[in-house]
Design a protein around this ligand. Structure first.
Ligand code: ATP
Length: 388
């Protein structure tokens, strides 16, 4: 931990209370209560137009909320202009000064405040972003990722309590984006201040953030750790937007203690009552979700070898794609028209080819239940093709 980094800590949580933004009659952000714990790496994730940038800009003071209050720690900053808030923003366009070298770009915030002796702090910041050897270069002599690191150093040198990042990696190619995700995570851990990161890339949010708020239509649909959101989605939007989910339309047949038994397309499936985010009652409808990698695939001739107690459905392989670490199958089944199954390529069964009759089976504990009144396809069309 560096001296500069350690002195940047403090300030308390970011708290949004009833914050909203309307443009005319359009609700870009609906009344929102949100707490971002101090020192956390927090992601606002959602498709284009869901209101994440507007939320970020209200924290920065660049957008005036229609209703609600922004707190930094105990302090109400809603009425403060951006430059009076202990907050800095890094944008997708790095906005570096082209005529200044990297050293002077990073020193800018200190010089503006009249600080004469900048060498120690600038050196420390350049080391933090691992650009110590690039101090004399101009921005155009750096790669996109390096320029973005300069932008981060330039923001952090002001010792903000909170760093806001608005799609900071959006202009980078996929490989560089992956490297920068790890780099930003390292920097955040080192400086220990709160980072609030806006992205539409679910993999990016999950790689970097401790907590992710999934936004849709101006609302936070669900908030939690990446693993919790992935394993326990509570809406069809979250189930489809974060990774892929098979969602089966089912009818509740019976409830045995903490197990729910449903029927779907002639199959009987079980799932834990504790993993149902919708009320369950006999005769009611439920969407049963199962992630593609939780499912095992057996050729129909081997159906007898499947252990008891597993959920099982039959189908026919419609398509298979070999993608190196795994093979992705699409299965036609009476239970679900396009069932996706990802099988790790450990020992490949050559019989599992398009046209083959198969049995899909999985541990009932891996299923989750969602409210059947929702749009089953919510979130699917908005997934970023490049990263999915
Ligand atoms: P993106 O990833 O595309 O930036 P976003 O989730 O960050 O999307 P916002 O920029 O917050 O979305 O915008 C939310 C909604 O508010 C959008 O439908 C947008 O068109 C609308 N909006 C944003 N700014 C204005 C404005 N100044 N006037 C009218 N509508 C606006």
């Amino acid at each position: 931990m560096t001296e500069t980094a350690s002195t940047s800590r403090g300030g308390g949580d970011v708290r949004l209370s009833g914050i909203s933004k309307t443009y005319g009659s359009f609700h870009a952000v609906k009344p929102l209560d949100l707490t971002v714990p101090q020192g956390s790496f927090f992601a606002l994730l959602g498709a284009s137009g869901c209101g994440k940038t507007t939320t970020l800009r209200m924290i920065a003071g660049l957008e005036e909320p229609t209703t609600g209050t922004v707190f930094l720690g105990d302090k109400d900053v809603t009425g403060l202009p951006p430059y009076k808030r202990p907050v800095n923003t890094v944008f997708q366009s790095y906005a570096l000064f082209p005529h200044l070298d990297i050293y002077e770009n990073v020193a800018f915030g200190l010089r503006r405040r009249g600080i004469k002796s900048v060498r120690g702090q600038v050196g420390e910041m350049l080391d933090l972003v691992q650009l110590g050897d690039f101090a004399k270069r101009k921005p155009h002599q750096l790669s996109g990722g390096q320029q973005q690191r300069v932008a981060v150093a330039r923001a952090l040198i002001n010792h903000p309590q909170v760093l806001l990042l608005d799609e900071p990696l959006g202009a980078l190619d996929l490989k560089l984006r992956r490297q920068m995700q790890l780099e930003l995570k390292r920097i955040q851990t080192e400086v220990g201040i709160t980072f609030i990161h806006v992205t539409h890339d679910q993999e990016e949010a999950m790689t970097m953030a401790d907590t992710v708020a999934v936004m849709n239509g101006g609302l936070v649909e669900q908030l939690g750790s990446p693993a919790d959101l992935y394993e326990n989605p509570e809406t069809t939007f979250v189930a489809n937007f974060l990774g892929t989910s098979n969602l089966i339309e089912a009818e509740v047949a019976e409830i045995h203690g903490d197990e729910v038994v449903v029927t779907a397309g002639g199959a009987k499936l079980r799932l834990p009552a504790g993993r149902c985010s919708a009320p369950t009652a006999s005769g009611g409808r439920l969407l049963v979700g199962i992630r593609p990698e939780k499912i095992s695939l057996a050729h129909a001739d081997d159906a007898g070898t499947i252990p008891d107690g597993r959920n099982r459905i039959t189908g026919r392989i419609a398509d298979s794609s070999f993608i190196g670490v795994s093979t992705q199958y699409v299965i036609d089944s009476p239970v679900c028209p396009e069932f996706e199954v990802y099988a790790q390529n450990i020992e490949r069964d050559s019989r599992l080819a398009p046209g083959a009759e198969v049995v899909l089976h999985w541990n009932p504990a891996h299923s989750f239940g969602l409210d059947a009144a929702q749009d089953i396809d919510a979130g699917i069309e908005t997934v970023d093709e490049e990263v999915s």
